[in-house]
Design a protein around this ligand. Structure first.
Ligand SMILES: Cc1cc2nc3c(=O)[nH]c(=O)nc-3n(C[C@H](O)[C@H](O)[C@H](O)COP(=O)(O)OP(=O)(O)OC[C@H]3O[C@@H](n4cnc5c(N)ncnc54)[C@H](O)[C@@H]3O)c2cc1C
Length: 67
């Protein structure tokens, strides 16, 4: 199901999260897309040893995420 995300203004950021070992782990990410554009786009750097980004890098199309 698509996330119902409140429209954002330029400069605002969102929070992206995954369920990791039964815990919701979230971090802030800037929106790549312009306000009003869908789908929402995020660009992230894979941090060595990073709890969330290491798991984000393993996501496949259709995997569920929290926004
Ligand atoms: C307002 C805001 C907007 C952000 N937008 C983006 C974005 O658009 N894209 C994006 O990639 N990140 C963005 N970040 C950073 C993001 O929220 C996470 O901190 C980052 O992705 C690391 O998460 P992690 O769980 O993988 O690492 P963690 O497990 O939280 O950190 C592991 C270790 O890596 C260090 N670390 C964290 N980030 C980096 C880095 N970039 N380079 C080197 N070491 C690092 C931490 O200090 C810690 O020691 C933003 C942060 C803020 C506050």
């Amino acid at each position: 199901m698509a996330a119902e995300v409140t429209p954002f203004k330029a400069g605002q950021f969102g929070k992206f999260a995954l369920d990791i070992n039964g815990e919701v782990v979230g971090r802030p990410y800037s929106f790549v897309n312009a306000p009003g554009e869908m789908p929402l786009e995020f660009y992230f750097i894979e941090v060595p040893g990073g709890l969330l980004t290491q798991r984000m890098a393993m996501l496949k199309v259709g995997d569920p995420v929290w926004v």
